[in-house]
Design a protein around this ligand. Structure first.
Ligand code: ZN
Length: 244
């Protein structure tokens, strides 16, 4: 019987180039979709951050073939980040992590937030099945070389990840690196229709900027290595409405 080369994977006719791993920083690879940088996942050492939509399972397995994955950690539980998580955990035999306050959603005990019609529609089309969260993430914990940074707002349990050694932040959807409407590059707040609490998300953006990251890796958009652009963006954010 012929042996299959280690890296081969049933392609199902899917474009192999789309499974490419793009090195973006030491020990970090970006896996993106179409359009380029439109939806991103990252392999950081042996931790996969985010898992695309449910249509990403084959693509991610191909990209990860031959690599060790010890944990899948989600920045937040939305259809374009948790989609292939359950299938990958099963295929790679590894546990799942996400922010503590998103756990009940990932486990299927609560609906995704916000409860807007558009999010419900995207969830129906793009999200993957529920899966137990073995590791609920709390602010300040470590995941490999990364520190968990609580960044709630887009979802209640949204987290970012920060690597001190090169001041690199993986920000999920707290901050977007491209417009989801036009795909134009540049910093944006996430769309309100997909955001649980925009005011809280804005506080999280300020918190991320306070880490003074040199590199930002987004859920949507190309890597950004321009701290001045981040500082200018944050300075231009509207002042917070007074709390009542
Ligand atoms: Zn997203």
């Amino acid at each position: 019987m012929r042996r299959r080369p280690a890296r081969a994977f049933p392609s199902g006719g899917v474009d192999v180039a789309s499974a490419a791993m793009r090195p973006v920083a030491p020990d970090i690879w970006q896996i993106d979709g179409f359009p380029a940088h439109g939806v991103n996942a990252y392999l950081v050492g042996d931790v996969l951050i985010d898992a695309g939509t449910r249509f990403w399972t084959k693509k991610l397995l191909r990209a990860l073939a031959g690599r060790r994955v010890s944990l899948i950690a989600l920045t937040h539980v939305h259809p374009d980040h948790q989609g292939a998580a359950a299938a990958l955990c099963a295929a790679l035999n590894c546990p799942l992590a996400c922010g503590e306050a998103d756990r009940s959603v990932m486990e299927g005990r609560e609906p995704m937030r916000p409860g807007t019609r558009l999010l419900r529609l995207s969830a129906a089309v793009l999200s993957g099945p529920p899966h137990p969260v073995a590791r609920p993430l709390r602010d300040g914990e470590r995941v490999g070389d990364l520190r968990v940074v609580g960044a709630p707002g887009h979802t209640p349990g949204h987290v970012a990840f920060f690597r001190e050694s090169d001041r690199l932040a993986i920000v999920g959807d707290a901050l977007l690196g491209m417009s989801l409407l036009t795909t134009r590059r540049g910093l944006h707040e996430p769309l309100k229709v997909f955001t649980h609490d925009p005011a809280e998300n804005r506080r999280s953006i300020r918190r991320i900027a306070g880490l003074q990251p040199e590199t930002l890796l987004f859920g949507h958009g190309p890597p950004l290595r321009d701290r001045a652009a981040l500082d200018a963006f944050v300075a231009a954010l509207p002042a917070e409405a007074p709390r009542r």
